[in-house]
Structure formats: structure tokens, C-alpha cells
Ligand binder design. Sequence first.
Ligand code: ADP
Length: 176
Amino acid sequence: MTNAIYPASFDPIHYGHIDIAKRSALIFDRVIVAVYDRPLKNLLFNIDERLQLAEQALRDVPNVEIARYSGLTVEYARQVGAQVIVRGLRVVSDFELEWHMALTNKQLAPDIEVVCLMTSQAYAFLSSSTLREVALLGGDVSSMAPSFVVEALRRKAIERAQDPINQPVPITSLRD
Ligand code: ADP
């Protein structure tokens, strides 16, 4: 039995992530979508919200589970008996980071393989940061994520608009 983990921040989950998780579920016996607890990133959704959205997005896939994790990804993979770490590759610029992480992980855990799946063409330019920024600026993100994610983003946008101290931090520059 081959177990895989698909680790990421999922802030929030979008169609690109869902596609990779579902395709992994066709290859591996069990896939754990591992939501990183506290990444070194400016998060919009807290861990419970990110878990809940991922849960809702993948509840129809029987061999996919959602779990929270922290610490080293390879240690988590060992803990849950996963032999494989799945990652997605979008544009060429993803490659360098994924390559670096894969080689580091190999050094730490030679027994664990990193498997990168190519993005589906429709999601090649989709990232959580783009999704967040378009949504928080009032753009239509219905082609990027399921309706309950779009709704959660809409609620965040309202919350943030009412809280002048807690303004969204732009990652890209879609507002200029
Ligand atoms: P994002 O890059 O969307 O902010 P994460 O950092 O949570 O999301 O995602 C990390 C993992 O998911 C990486 O392996 C990344 O390449 C993959 N991933 C993210 N978006 C896509 C996409 N559109 N298509 C394929 N893989 C993706």
C-alpha cells in the first residue's frame, strides 16, 4: 500500500490544489492533504478555516484525508507512514523551489520520494495568493475555486473592510 502526503498551506484551497489531490488519489492508495499549521506566510485564513475548506472540497474522494501538521514535512510523512510527498508544478519558476526542497528532503529522508505532478493547463497560473488578492479586491474568482471558498473569501473581504488595521496585504500588483 502506497501512502502519500500532499503538503501545502491551502490559504485557501483552489481548483489547482483540488486537481493535484484528485489525480494523486488515482495513483496512490491513500492521500493525506496535509495543511501546514503556521507557514512563514501572511495568512488570510486560520488553520481551522483552511482545514474546513479543504475538507469540504475533497469530501467526495474516499481515499483522500485532510489533516493538520507542523514541523518538518518529512517527519510528518514518517509519522503517518507515507512513502511519497506529492507536489504540483505550475510554471517554470516553481521548478527551482520544488527542486531545492526535494533535494533537501531527500537528504533528510532518503526513504521518501517526492513526486511532482504537472498542473492541468487550465490552472497553470492559479495560486492562492492570486485568488486572495482578486477576491479581496472584489473580482470574480468563481473560475478559480469552489463556491464555498468564494463565499468564505467574500466574508473575509467584508470583515477586513470593516477593520481598518487589518487590511489585506497584496502579494501581486493587481490593484495598480
Ligand atoms: P499556492 O502556491 O497556490 O499559494 P500552496 O503554497 O498552498 O499554494 O501550494 C503548494 C503546492 O501546491 C505546491 O506544490 C504548488 O506547486 C501546488 N500548487 C498550487 N497551485 C497549483 C496549481 N494551480 N496547479 C498545480 N499545482 C499547484
